[in-house]
Write a protein that binds this ligand. Structure first.
Ligand code: BG6
Ligand code: MG
Length: 216
């Protein structure tokens, strides 16, 4: 029996992909890397900030020290945070508020499980904050997805057992993390068919059979 739903943030609740892409692209260009594409950006889905940086740096041939990499990641994040200033309710993906309202009415607890350290500001700026019971994010964890930590922390905050939680994810790393946490998953987004999730839907605006999913 499922008692709580843990939603990933980027690509599941909100559309921030373009902003991440813009910020990484800007950093890449500053470093003289002109070959960073949308396709490379797709590989950053669900992946931590430092691992995302590696995907950018691999497109160039310069070697950076750990200290330099930290500074580069911070530079990207400053740019991303500036772009987040413009974020509002319109970034919330279609069907999100309806699905969460439906689930809350059914008595389900709602959590967020995201490796993004910008999770609190994104929830606040989009107005999603009031829909969420507990947040587990990059600020709470030391290991990023595919490690299960972010979902286990979410379950703990919701005071639920892992098997009582369902994860909603748009990335392969997130689905692997859900499995490792002992949780069933619903895969959504452009790659929903190839994520290896327990259940699949194009997005939260699809015709999802919540009744049978919640039976577990
Ligand atoms: C994930 C995104 O949700 O958060 C990744 O899918 C991103 O692309 C990661 O790298 C970390 O986000 P942030 O906001 O802490 O840099
Ligand atoms: Mg995601």
């Amino acid at each position: 029996m499922i008692k709580g739903i843990i939603f990933d943030l980027d690509g599941v609740l909100v559309s921030t992909d373009e902003l991440h892409y813009e910020a990484w692209k800007q950093l890449a260009e500053e470093l003289g890397i002109t070959s960073f594409t949308k396709e490379d950006n797709e590989k950053q889905r669900g992946v931590s900030r430092m691992e995302s940086l590696e995907i950018v740096l691999n497109k160039g041939d310069k070697v950076y020290s750990e200290e330099e990499k930290e500074a580069l990641a911070e530079r990207k994040n400053d740019c991303y945070k500036e772009l987040l200033e413009t974020l509002d309710d319109s970034a919330v993906l279609s069907g999100v508020k309806e699905a969460i309202s439906y689930l809350k009415e059914k008595g389900l607890l709602i959590g967020v499980g995201s490796v993004s350290k910008n999770t609190p500001v994104i929830l606040q700026k989009t107005g999603l904050e009031s829909y969420i019971d507990k947040v587990s994010c990059g600020l709470d964890i030391t290991n990023s997805k595919p490690d299960p930590e972010v979902f286990l922390v979410a379950a703990k905050k919701l005071e639920l057992e892992p098997e009582e939680c369902l994860v909603v994810e748009d990335s392969e790393a997130g689905i692997v993390a859900a499995k490792a946490a002992g949780m069933k998953s619903l895969g959504v987004g452009p790659y929903y068919k190839s994520l290896g999730a327990t259940y699949e839907a194009t997005g939260l605006d699809a015709d999802i059979d919540w009744e049978s999913i919640l039976e577990g």
